[in-house]
Design a protein. Structure first.
Length: 164
C-alpha cells in the first residue's frame, strides 16, 4: 500500500507540473491572441472609416486617378496582410482551444490522482492503526517473544547476505 501511495504521489507531482506548464503556455498564447485581435480590430476600424464607396466609383470620382491607383495597390497589399493576420488569428485561436482542452484533461487527471492518493493514505493509516491496536493487546512476554523472533530473522538474513 505504501508503494502504491508513493507511486500515486509521484504521478500527482508529475501531472501538477505538466498542468502548470500547459496553463502557462495557454496564458502566453492568450496574450498573443489578444494582441492579434487588437491589431485586426484597428485595421477593421480604419477600413470602416475609409467609407463605403465601391473602389471603381472612387476611381471615377478621384481628382488624381494615378494617385488613387497607387493607394489602391498599397491598400491591396495591406488587405493581403490583414487576410494573413486573420488566418493566423484563427489558427492561434484553434491552437489555444486545443491547449486549454489538454490543460483541462491534465487537471482532471491530477484531481483523480490526488483522490487516489487520499484513498491510499487512508488505507495505510487504517493498517497502521490496526497494527498498533494489535500491538497494544500483546502482553510483555508476547512482545519479547516477537522481538526475539525478529532478531533471529535479522541475523539469518545477514548471514544469507554475507554468504552471497
Amino acid at each position: 500500500a505504501t508503494e502504491k501511495y508513493n507511486g500515486a504521489k509521484e504521478t500527482a507531482e508529475k501531472l501538477r507540473q505538466e498542468a502548470d506548464n500547459l496553463q502557462e503556455a495557454v496564458a502566453r498564447k492568450q496574450d498573443d491572441l489578444n494582441e492579434l485581435r487588437r491589431a485586426l480590430g484597428s485595421a477593421a476600424t480604419a477600413q470602416y472609416r475609409s467609407g463605403g464607396l465601391d473602389p471603381s466609383v472612387q476611381l471615377l470620382l478621384s481628382s488624381d486617378p494615378d494617385a488613387f491607383l497607387d493607394e489602391a495597390a498599397v491598400l491591396d497589399r495591406l488587405g493581403s496582410r490583414q487576410s494573413e493576420a486573420l488566418e493566423r488569428f484563427l489558427s492561434e485561436q484553434r491552437a489555444l482551444r486545443q491547449q486549454r482542452t489538454q490543460a483541462g484533461a491534465k487537471l482532471a487527471d491530477l484531481q483523480e490522482t490526488r483522490k487516489e492518493l487520499g484513498n491510499r493514505k487512508k488505507e495505510i493509516q487504517g493498517k497502521l492503526a490496526e497494527a498498533q491496536r494489535l500491538l497494544n493487546t500483546l502482553t510483555a512476554n508476547e512482545r519479547a517473544a516477537i522481538a526475539a523472533k525478529e532478531e533471529r530473522a535479522n541475523r539469518s538474513s545477514e548471514r544469507v547476505e554475507l554468504g552471497n
